[in-house]
Design a protein around this ligand. Sequence first.
Ligand code: HEM
Length: 368
Amino acid sequence: MRKITTIHLLSPKKVQSFRPIREDEISRMISKIREASDENRAVNMSEMAVSLGINLICKIAFGKECSRRFDELLEEVQAVAVAFYMSDYFMAFGWVDKLTGMIGRLDSAVKKMDSFYQELIDEHLDRKRVKEVEEEDGDVLDVLIQLKMQHKIPSIDFGWDNIKAMLMDIFIAGAETSSSVIIWTMTALMKSPNIMEKLQNEIRSLIGKKGRVYEDDLPKLEYLRAVVNESMRLYPPGPLLVPRQTIERCTLEGYQIQPKTMVFVNAWAIARDPEYWENPDKFVPERFLNSVKGKDFEFLPFGAGRRMCPGMAMGLLNVELTLANLLYNFDWGLPIGVQVDDVDTTPSPGLAMQKKTPLLVVPKNYDV
Ligand code: HEM
């Protein structure tokens, strides 16, 4: 399944083919912010980034805009996914989860999601389908259907359930993570005006009067990459990575670990460990300039090893292109009465680490 994802769905060529979707969605976001700026209004950056993340993935995965129904279904699935299940810890106590109604809620959410995906599959199989978004070789679901129909995955019995599970994984893993990085980076920048100014100088001096930042400009924005890295170090969207299971018995710091033990990697704690990081709780992007971080597993925003994030290239493009355009086009302030120290950095519980309270910011058009 991973091979299918990396070779067919998220290959560099495929990620490039989604470029018009990224540019279009980000332009729309900028136009909405411009309206707010003309009217001197604050914008809810959290809400904007979340809807950008969902729109991007919907168009990439299903070739169309997301419906309200899908948003609601996704919210419910995410709620049941992070809920507490007794049977995760004590297998013999599965009856407790039935008694509390958790299994019923889980079943119902998954069934609703299943019929939603079935409708999307039926739509994609319909030869008369009018496409909302034109993509080279089609959207992610088109590619998966082609692989199934042309029997291109002989090694496994590649059924509709696999396709539905893959859509779900990509959706959950792709939408919330990118928006989380955008929100935390803007939050960190609002709390560090000098760093924000340094970054805006980098972007504006490179882009000049071009009017917007394009994807080809991103590799030249070194400080932007450092800022995004530093933001992911302090606020990783996947603080515990994805759960793993031990294959065989092993010994760790004197403890005997049995096979099939669930393991969580605390990437959040590693990225703030004073043994590896100077002033670990401070936002200092400069630490990422001219140095390679991450080769010794001290920085794992995308995980590591065979389960490492297959969407890293796409995620970074989403995040960097959005932030570069937000910072090129606008100067940012806080609503009247709010001080820098009032900007809250408490996270909320969930699949991806999100900021608990929304980030409200006031945009001011920057005249190029
Ligand atoms: C900045 C954005 C993103 C961040 C920070 C991020 C982070 C992560 C992390 C920490 C993991 C767990 C890795 C591990 O446990 O070793 C993961 C897994 C995954 N990510 Fe991402 N991700 C991002 C964007 C995306 C995008 C855009 C997609 C797809 C469109 C995606 C698809 C996946 C999938 C499918 C997995 C599960 C892989 C597996 O279980 O083997 N991610 N991601």
